[in-house]
Design a protein around this ligand. Structure first.
Ligand SMILES: Cc1cc2nc3c(=O)[nH]c(=O)nc-3n(C[C@H](O)[C@H](O)[C@H](O)COP(=O)(O)OP(=O)(O)OC[C@H]3O[C@@H](n4cnc5c(N)ncnc54)[C@H](O)[C@@H]3O)c2cc1C
Length: 274
């Protein structure tokens, strides 16, 4: 079988994926293919060997382990939108993914493919960073966990080595009294800007996405405690770029402030549904 001139291998399990990635034949993981296949078709990437991982049960598992929600890298947006575990512990995630992109992307696109494709114009990453998620990675050399906030190095660049596969995302379950939520403005082609906030007794931190190649975090470690207007002004000031995709940099920055105000007003007003 081949896709866009690339040979396709369907591994039977994660161990075989790891072997394929470690072999002398260059191999890359293909999950839903919504990002990768168009790039192969238009020649942006050279033909290669693809390890089709989108159906591997080991990479699709969604489960609670202690105080952590573990989401397999090959879980699709539709699977996240209908998972009772996700709805129970991080309801902002199904709310976001159930309206993302279009039905085809939601049925095929995976959370692992989202994180590994390292695009600045994405939504889910922003929420994952606010949740302080970690990425579980495996290769023939062993396993490691990387903070999602450090996973992307720049446009189309991540910390993954060529022989590593992302196996799961680990989301700490917000404790009672802590709220996490998300706002975006954009189109079906992607966000203009998005904002996620985590709010607890100590204050809040705000994550802004779709502005720069990496998410912008304000208030991490220091917990923002000023009024909503002050936090929103900080968000607008931090959302600086020369990014003209879908909107001007000035509009993007202004909207970062507007979304921050809307989000924090809702979260503080409701007492914060997670
Ligand atoms: C029309 C359209 C609109 C969209 N709109 C939005 C939007 O509004 N908001 C938004 O957030 N996103 C949006 N997206 C992006 C979408 O979220 C991603 O395309 C999707 O999540 C990628 O997942 P995938 O499984 O298809 O990845 P693939 O295409 O299979 O892979 C993408 C990249 O990740 C690598 N990869 C995949 N899985 C792994 C793994 N487990 N380990 C290591 N490497 C891996 C691949 O090698 C490849 O480099 C849109 C996409 C499209 C096509």
């Amino acid at each position: 079988m081949s896709i866009a001139g690339s040979t396709v291998v369907v591994p039977r399990g994660l161990a075989e994926v790891v072997d394929l990635l470690a072999s002398a034949t260059p191999t890359i993981v293909c999950a839903g293919g919504t990002d990768l296949v168009p790039r192969l078709r238009n020649g942006e990437l050279p033909a290669t060997r693809l390890a089709l991982c989108g159906s591997l049960p080991e990479l699709k598992r969604i489960a609670v382990e202690g105080d952590t929600l573990v989401i397999g890298a090959a879980a699709t947006y539709d699977e996240l939108a209908t998972s009772p575990e996700v709805a129970r512990h991080v309801p902002s995630l199904p709310r976001l993914v159930s309206t993302l992109a279009n039905p085809r992307v939601r049925s095929r696109g995976t959370i692992g493919g989202h994180v590994c494709s390292a695009r600045p114009r994405y939504d889910v990453m922003t929420l994952l960073v606010a949740l302080d998620a970690r990425a579980r990675v495996e290769s023939g050399h062993g396993r490691r966990a990387v903070a999602v906030s450090s996973f992307v190095l720049g446009e189309r660049r991540t910390v993954l080595e060529p022989d590593e596969v992302l196996t799961a995302l680990q989301l700490p379950i917000p404790p009672p009294g802590m709220a996490v939520d998300f706002e975006r403005i954009g189109t079906s082609q992607g966000p203009v800007v998005n904002v996620a906030a985590i709010l607890g007794p100590q204050g809040c931190s705000v994550v802004i996405g779709a502005v720069q190649p990496r998410t912008i975090i304000i208030g991490a470690g220091e917990a923002l405690t000023g009024d909503i207007g002050t936090v929103a002004a900080r968000a607008a000031a931090a959302a600086v770029s020369d990014n003209h995709v879908l909107a001007s940099p000035e509009y993007r920055s202004a909207m970062a402030g507007v979304l921050t105000t809307r989000l924090l007003t809702r979260m503080t007003g409701t007492g914060g549904a997670r």
